[in-house]
Design a protein around this ligand. Structure first.
Ligand code: 5AD
Ligand code: SF4
Length: 470
C-alpha cells in the first residue's frame, strides 16, 4: 500500500472480451486523470477494479474467487489502519448488481459497462462511506452501485484515449445487442444496440494514429450492424466507415470484430476486395451448423448463409481467412445436429476458431429449455470439434510457410532476442529480431508452421537491416 500522501495506485484486472480490454483502458484513462498511477499488482494498489465477464458460468465464478483474495488483502490492511477499495465493473456487475455485495461484502463499488464514466463520482461516494465507517458509524446499505443504462453516452464523458500498445489500438464504435440469441447474456448486460456517431469515431481514430497506432481494430458486440449518424444526418454503414478510416495517413491495418452473419451486407463484402488496409481476416461467429439448432438459438439465419458468405468473401479476397465461434451441447442438440456442425466446419475450412460447451445462463431463454445436454456429451463433442478445428488451424499455418509477409510485431518473446507479432491473417509469428521492431510492420519469411503459431525470419533488404540496426 502506498504511504500517506503518496500517489494513489490502481490495479485493473480484465476478464473476457476485447470490449472489456477497451473499457479497462478507458477506466485507466479516467483514473490517471484523477491522479492515480497504475500499480503492477493488487498488493501495491489502493484501488482494485475487476472488469468482469458474464458470458459463461466459469467466467463469473473466477470473479468471486478473485474477490475472496482481495477481501483478505483488505482485512489485513484494515488491521493496520489502511484500506483497499474494491470495485467490480463490467458484465457481472451489471447482471448481478447488489447480489455481488451480498455474496462478498468487501466490495465497495459496483459499476456496469455503460456507467463507468461515473467512476469519479462513485469513488468520491465510496470515500465518504469509508470515512463514516472509520468514524465507527453504521453505513446505510451495501456498496455504491451504478448499473443504470444512462441516457447520456459514456463516450461523451470519457477523456481522449491513451492506449496505443506497440502500434496497435482498439476503437469501440458500437455496443450492445438487440438480437437476443437464446443462450446469450449480452443484450441484458450491455443493453440495446448503439452506434457511436461518425465524427467522434473518425476523431478518435486520428488521435490514435497521431499517438502511434498503425493498426486499429474496430470493436462492437455487433460491429457490422454499425449505423452511425454522420454530420449530414445520414447513417453510415461499417463499410462506409472503413472506407473513410482507410484514408487516414499512417494507418496501415484495419480490423473489426465481432460480426454477425446476418449483418454482412454486399457493401461490406465489396470493401474487403477494395480496401488494402482492411486485413484479410474475418471473425464471424456461426455458433452451430444445424438449422434446427440455429433456429432454437434464435440466430435467424441458416447454415447456408455462412457458406455463401465465406464463398463470396473469398471471391473478392482469395486469401481471406475466416474464424468463428461454436457452442456445443445447446439444449436439444442431437448427434445429427453436431454432425451438421462438423460438416459445415469441413466445408468452409477455418483459420482459427473458438468453441465452447453451452453454459446455462440465468435470465436467458436457454436456461429454461427442456432437453439440456449432459455434461459428458458436451465434453465429448467439444473434444472432437477442437481436434478438427486444431487440424484446420495447423494446416492454415502450414499453408503460409515459404511466404514472406508483413508482420506487425507486438512484444518481446520469452526467449532473449525473440519478438512476437501478427500476420495479416492474425497468426502469431515468433522471430529473432530487434527490440526496436516492436510496434512496426516488418517483412518476415515464414519458415515453420505449428499448431498455434509460425516461426519467422526477418527478411529486410540489406540496407533496411543496417538502418534498423543503427
Ligand atoms: N454458453 C457457451 N458459450 C457462449 N457464448 C455466448 N454465450 C454462451 C453460453 N451461454 C459464446 C458464443 C459467442 C462467444 C463470445 O461466447 O460462441 O460468440
Ligand atoms: Fe449475444 Fe447473439 Fe447478440 Fe452475439 S448476436 S451478442 S451471441 S445475443
Amino acid at each position: 500500500m502506498t504511504a500517506q500522501g503518496a500517489q494513489r495506485q490502481v490495479f485493473i484486472r480484465t476478464y473476457g472480451c476485447q470490449m472489456n480490454v477497451y473499457d479497462s483502458d478507458r477506466m485507466a484513462d479516467l483514473l490517471l486523470r484523477l491522479g492515480y498511477a497504475l500499480a503492477p499488482s493488487p498488493e501495491q494498489a489502493d484501488l482494485v477494479v475487476l472488469n468482469t465477464c458474464h458470458i459463461r458460468e466459469h467466467a463469473s465464478e473466477k470473479v468471486y474467487s478473485e474477490l475472496g483474495r482481495l477481501r483478505d488483502i483488505k482485512v489485513e490492511r484494515r488491521s493496520t489502519g489502511g484500506d483497499l477499495t474494491i470495485a467490480v465493473a463490467g458484465c457481472v456487475a451489471q447482471a448481478e448488481g447488489g447480489e455481488i455485495a451480498k455474496r462478498q461484502p468487501a466490495v465497495d463499488i459496483l459499476v456496469g459497462p455503460q456507467a463507468y464514466h461515473r467512476l469519479p463520482q462513485l469513488l468520491a461516494e465510496a470515500e465518504r462511506r469509508a470515512a463514516i465507517r472509520k468514524a465507527g458509524k453504521r453505513l446505510p446499505g451495501a456498496g455504491v452501485l451504478d448499473t443504470e443504462f444512462p441516457v447520456e453516452s459514456k463516450f461523451d464523458h470519457l477523456p481522449a484515449p491513451h492506449g496505443v500498445r506497440a502500434g496497435s489500438a482498439f476503437l469501440s464504435i458500437q455496443e450492445g445487442c438487440d438480437k437476443f440469441c437464446t443462450f446469450c447474456v449480452v443484450p441484458y448486460t450491455r443493453g440495446a444496440e448503439y452506434s457511436r456517431p461518425v465524427a467522434p469515431v473518425l476523431a478518435e481514430a486520428r488521435q490514435l494514429v497521431a499517438a502511434g497506432a498503425i493498426e486499429i481494430t474496430l470493436l462492437g458486440q455487433n460491429v457490422n450492424a454499425y449505423h452511425g449518424e454522420a454530420d449530414d444526418g445520414s447513417a453510415w454503414s461499417l463499410a462506409r466507415l472503413i472506407r473513410a478510416l482507410a484514408e487516414i495517413d499512417g494507418l496501415a491495418r484495419l480490423r473489426y470484430t465481432t460480426s454477425h452473419p446476418r449483418d454482412v451486407g454486399d457493401d461490406l463484402i465489396a470493401v474487403h476486395g477494395e480496401v488494402p488496409v482492411l486485413m484479410p481476416y474475418l471473425h464471424l461467429p456461426v455458433q452451430s451448423g444445424s438449422d434446427r439448432i440455429l433456429e432454437a438459438m434464435n440466430r435467424r439465419h441458416g447454415r447456408d448463409l455462412f457458406r455463401r458468405l465465406a464463398d463470396r468473401l473469398r471471391e473478392v479476397r482469395p486469401d481471406m481467412a475466416l474464424s468463428s465461434d461454436f457452442i456445443v451441447g445447446f439444449p436439444g442438440e442431437r448427434d445429427a445436429d453436431f454432425d451438421d456442425t462438423m460438416r459445415l466446419i469441413e466445408e468452409v475450412c477455418l483459420a482459427s476458431a473458438f468453441s465452447f460447451k453451452y453454459s446455462r445462463r440465468p435470465g436467458t431463454p436457454g436456461w429454461a429449455m427442456a432437453d439440456q445436454v449432459p455434461e459428458n456429451v458436451k465434453a465429448a463433442r467439444l473434444a472432437a470439434m477442437q481436434a478438427l478445428l486444431g487440424r484446420q488451424a495447423h494446416n492454415f499455418n502450414l499453408s503460409k510457410v515459404g511466404e514472406t509477409v508483413p508482420v506487425l510485431y507486438a512484444e518481446a518473446g520469452r526467449r532473449p532476442g525473440q519478438i512476437v507479432g501478427k500476420t495479416p491473417w492474425l497468426q502469431s509469428v515468433y522471430a529473432e529480431g530487434l527490440g526496436r521492431m516492436v510496434g512496426q510492420i516488418v517483412e518476415t519469411r515464414l519458415v515453420e508452421g505449428h499448431a498455434n503459431s509460425l516461426a519467422g525470419e526477418i527478411a529486410l533488404q540489406p540496407e533496411r537491416a543496417r538502418e534498423a540496426a543503427a
